[in-house]
Design a binder for this molecule. Structure first.
Ligand SMILES: [Zn+2]
Length: 328
């Protein structure tokens, strides 16, 4: 049985169980936290304790694995995740890659093939190291790759990141999750680039595909072999739950349950709202929390005609297939 790396070490993919395929523990800017959060809206001990509480409550709902695509750009910091995971019986799968909508970080701008420092693509070197050797000195290995293709499309920076992610996938076999824009239908750009780079599209999740209800667009992506991330439940500002449910039910009826995964894209804390975090979330997105799928979405899917076997396919079988690497 193939294994997948988690924060606590390798786990057999057959043991992952019900899996939420896109949840963050934290979304942070390290500089924002260090300069403006201390003594204000960020209390390390309180936030860690809060995360333990929220993730334990999720585990109590029967979810046994979360897949966390937090990478450089939105505050990946594995020692904090390790500390939390020591106190929660949950598989947490972490990522490598880069989160950028338009521009490359300066740290990669001058290093690379044909650049000022003419070296092999340093992103491929760094991403590969996270997967093969582990992240920093934590001993934790990344199990998948993350990048973004937003409404801005394939800007030079975004394209270079996406190609580096694709090449690391080809070298290591690690699967990919790409953040896309549902309204801009930028999943097409990602699928096109990845297929030209020789990516196995059955190892790609088109993140946030579920923000779209355009069945033609979604079926086109799924027909490439890619998996649709129906992964923002509770974010009604992007697409209301009733619409998300209707779209999933229609796709399941058309035979696409084997190419959809479920999640919230939620977090214990996201620093976009600063001190107004709790108030902003409860006002704008009260259902945007880890337990919404278990409590409300699964009953709504059943009500809409999605079968128990199809739910199992989306929550258990598809994640297992995504992380099963040949030879691992
Ligand atoms: Zn996300």
């Amino acid at each position: 049985m193939p294994t997948v790396e988690t924060v606590k070490g390798p786990v057999e993919v057959g043991d992952l169980g019900p899996t939420l395929m896109h949840e963050h523990v934290f979304v942070l800017s390290t500089e924002h936290v260090q300069n403006y959060g201390d003594g204000s809206w960020w209390d390390e001990e309180a936030r860690v304790a809060d995360a333990v509480t929220k993730l334990s409550a999720l585990r109590a709902k029967g979810i046994t694995t979360i897949v966390d695509p937090t990478v450089w750009g939105i505050g990946r910091y594995i020692p904090r995740i390790q500390r939390i995971n020591e106190q929660v019986d949950l598989n947490i799968i972490v990522a490598t890659g880069l989160y950028a909508y338009e521009e490359l970080p300066h740290q990669y701008a001058y290093r690379g093939p044909g650049l000022l420092l003419d070296v092999p693509e340093p992103m491929v070197t760094d991403f590969g190291r996270d997967i093969v050797d582990g992240i920093g000195s934590t001993g934790v290995k990344a199990a998948f790759l993350k990048c973004c293709v937003e409404a801005y499309g394939l800007t030079p920076g975004v394209e270079r990141i996406a190609r580096a992610v694709a090449r690391t996938h080809v070298e290591t076999g690690a699967p990919i999750t790409v953040h896309t824009s549902g309204p801009a239908e930028s999943g097409r750009l990602a699928v096109d680039l990845f297929s030209k780079e020789g990516v196995d599209l059955t190892k790609v999740v088109i993140g946030h595909a579920g923000d779209s209800n355009n069945l033609d667009y979604l079926m086109e992506l799924a027909d490439s072999g890619a998996t649709l991330g129906m992964d923002r439940f509770g974010l009604d500002i992007f697409n209301p739950t009733a619409e998300r449910v209707r779209t999933i039910a229609a796709l399941a009826t058309s035979g696409y349950a084997d190419r959809m995964v479920l999640s919230h894209d939620s977090s214990c804390f996201i620093d976009y709202f600063g001190a107004a975090h709790d108030a902003a979330r409860s006002a704008a997105a009260p259902n945007w929390h880890y337990e919404y799928i278990s409590d409300d979405v699964l009953p709504a899917l059943r009500e809409a005609g999605v079968t128990e076997a199809q739910i199992d396919q989306m929550l258990v079988e598809n994640p297992r297939r995504y992380f099963a690497r040949t030879g691992s």
